[in-house]
Design a protein. Structure first.
Length: 365
């Protein structure tokens, strides 16, 4: 899978942009605050329907404009070696909901974009995947699975709706004296979707545990062995989840939130038998994060048969020479868009790197 071209209008600091991308490595070089990350954000919008930087679409619309437009033309390889070209268009509006179109056909829901363009974003924030809280690691699982499994995306959305409704009901039961029996109406469905999420996440962790350790051993020269564990807040059994919800009801009423379910789960990560989240060095945590993100690339290829597009947002400056070298070896095989303030030696040595200069919302070769 490769992106052939991208068009922007009134998106962030881009007034008008039409840019053709190369199948290999595309390097966006420029000073800070020139618009490099904005281009990655636009690609991410067409991949997942949302920004990785903000929850408010209006922040992505150029100051003084009422709307913004993104268009991406991309090519996928089909069985038999045939290729197909498709387009995705996104409209962001200050007043009103955003909309999308796939090959000029309006999408009924933004989530229909999932699975069209497969991307893996790697930013400096991802290097904190290990040291930050469980929410970051749950998002890592959910975003990867949603891109390759639309059924999981549906289950996740339904679960989140039920979770919000149950939490609101808990608050109403305390403030308004709502009957406790009402909560059992939500619990049955809640437990059903919770069980489905846990089961699919375990499958994901099994796949990660097969791929990431090999990558980690290569990066560390076989000196470290990494392993992953799914730390479930509830057992993968609908009846047991229901029982846990009943047992924790009084506590949930006091706190006003649901304490049982996959929204409280985590990934346990050990290096040579030691929990790296708590006791790992800064270097170990970064290497573990790099192994997980590169494993995500291979997992996506396995699931879809398509090579995802890599979006690397100023990560080279955060890695030492050995990690840079390993990352470069991985990205040379795939279409990649990299942002940087200066071209690292590791990038200069790449044969298929094409450098673009970014300045104040303008891009030139």
């Amino acid at each position: 899978m490769i992106i052939r071209g991208i068009e922007l209008r009134s998106f962030r600091n881009y007034g008008e942009l039409s840019l053709a991308l190369f199948p290999g490595v595309n390097v966006l070089m420029g000073d800070n605050a020139q618009g490099k990350t904005n281009l990655l954000e636009a690609i991410g919008y067409c991949s997942t329907g949302r920004s990785h930087r903000t929850s408010y679409d209006r922040e992505c619309i150029q100051i003084g404009q009422s709307d913004a437009f993104i268009k991406i033309e991309y090519e996928t390889c089909r069985p038999g070696g045939k290729s197909r070209t498709d387009t995705i268009e996104m409209h962001l509006r200050r007043s009103g909901a955003k909309s999308a179109a796939i090959n000029r056909v309006p999408a009924q829901k933004i989530n229909e974009l999932f699975g069209c363009i497969h991307t893996v974003l790697f930013s400096p924030e991802d290097l904190s995947l290990i040291k930050e809280g469980p929410a970051k690691r749950r998002r890592f699982m959910d975003m990867e699975i949603c891109q390759v499994d639309k059924v999981y995306l549906h289950y996740l959305q339904q679960y989140q709706i039920l979770l919000r409704q149950r939490n609101q009901l808990l608050k109403d039961m305390v403030r308004k004296g709502t009957e406790k029996e009402l909560v059992s109406v939500y619990d049955e469905q809640f437990a059903e979707y919770a069980c489905r999420l846990i089961r699919r996440r375990r499958e994901f962790l099994e796949q990660l545990s097969r791929i990431a350790p090999k990558i980690h051993e290569q990066i560390t020269g076989n000196t470290e062995k990494i392993e992953f564990l799914y730390e479930a807040n509830a057992l993968e059994n609908q009846e047991q989840i229901l029982r846990s919800l009943e047992q924790n009801l009084e506590q949930d009423l006091r706190l006003g939130v649901t304490s049982v379910g996959p929204h409280r789960d985590d990934i346990g990560i050990k290096i040579n038998g030691t929990d790296v989240r708590t006791y790992g060095s800064q270097g170990q945590k970064r290497t573990a994060a790099l192994s997980m993100k590169l494993a995500e690339v291979e997992m996506m290829e396995e699931e879809t048969g398509q090579s995802p597009i890599l979006l690397l947002d100023d990560v080279m400056s955060e890695l030492d020479e050995n990690r840079q070298k390993f990352l470069v070896e991985c990205i040379e095989k795939r279409q990649t868009v990299i942002t940087c303030t200066g071209v690292e030696d590791s990038i200069r040595r790449m044969k298929n790197a094409h450098i673009f200069h970014v300045q104040e919302g303008r891009i030139q070769p």
